[in-house]
Ligand binder design. Structure first.
Ligand code: S5P
Length: 283
């Protein structure tokens, strides 16, 4: 039986992870003692910056949806570039990384334009982004070519499974996504998955590289209680996600952003997710 990545500490994985973005993230997680990713699903750019300034110390990763932000309705002269530059400054100040949740899903040539260009220029400011595997390996090859030209560590997560009820991921789709991720052509780029439980990993699963593989699993659909949102989202607790199912990073949006006291609630998520991890690696 291969050993499981989920029994290893973030610190030990930060030494050996095959991607530079993964090593950096695992180091931040380990040093800040937080496996919490804040999904800053707000539409007002000024509110986002204010909230991130407050919540920065609690998180290892900030997840954005740049295309939901209403730049035109802001009362300041904030442009997209100056906004993303401010986010990068906050990431530097509070030591977290930025993940643009773009969910690319097209042929390689099209996603290259979407990743590099347009109004958002995602590759220039987002350390991490994600993609659906449905188009086949060309989507990864296309994104990697753009990432290679940036000169900073860039990582990609593949969606192996989603948190929403009735999604078509998991099962055979997940197996085929894992097989795609294992191609050594993008060993230094594909850092992990969006999934609901541990995927691949451990000794004996060395793909074509001859070394142990290690995929970082990030998991949305996390709440302080089990539940849903009426639109298909399904929530599980940090203990279930990290402790029982071996996921590495919890992604929380409305549970924090919509709270009366986001900083206090973020600390509850951080603490419960961290303790679930500590319990997992002790066993
Ligand atoms: O399967 C998924 C994948 C993602 S990235 N399910 C998700 O909910 N997400 C994202 O995580 C979603 O787009 C949203 O930004 C966040 C969850 O937000 P919450 O408010 O439900 O915590």
């Amino acid at each position: 039986m291969p050993s499981s990545t989920s029994t290893l500490t973030y610190e030990s994985r930060s030494q050996t992870h095959p991607t530079a973005a993964g090593r950096k993230l695992l180091q931040i997680i380990s040093q800040k003692r937080t496996n919490l990713c804040l999904s800053i699903d707000h539409t007002d750019p000024d509110k986002i910056l204010t909230l991130v300034q407050k919540l920065g110390p609690k998180i290892c990763l900030l997840k954005t949806h740049i295309d939901i932000i209403s730049f035109s309705s802001t009362t300041t002269s904030t442009t997209i570039k100056s906004f993303t530059t401010k986010l990068q400054a906050l990431a530097q100040e509070h030591t977290f990384m930025i993940f643009e949740d773009r969910k690319f899903a097209d042929i390689g040539s099209t996603v290259q334009h979407q990743y590099r260009g347009g109004v958002y220029e995602i590759a220039s400011w987002a350390d991490i982004t994600n993609a659906h595997s449905i188009p086949g390996p060309g989507i990864i090859r296309g994104l990697k070519e753009v990432a290679d030209g940036i000169g900073e560590p860039r990582g990609l997560l593949l969606l192996a499974e989603m948190s929403s009820k009735g999604n078509l991921g998991g099962g055979e789709y997940q197996e085929r996504t894992l097989a795609m991720a294992r191609n050594k052509e993008w060993r230094g780029f594909v850092m992990g998955f969006i999934a609901m439980k541990e995927v691949g990993g451990g000794s004996g699963n060395d793909g074509e590289g001859g070394e142990e593989e290690d995929f970082i699993v990030m998991t949305p659909g996390v709440g302080l209680q089990v539940g849903g949102d009426g639109l298909g989202q399904q929530y599980r607790t940090p203990e279930e996600v990290v402790g029982r199912d071996g996921c590495d990073v919890v992604i929380v949006g409305r549970g924090i952003v919509g709270a009366d006291d986001p900083v206090a609630v973020a600390e509850v998520y951080r603490e419960r997710s961290w303790e679930a991890y500590e319990g997992r690696v002790k066993n």
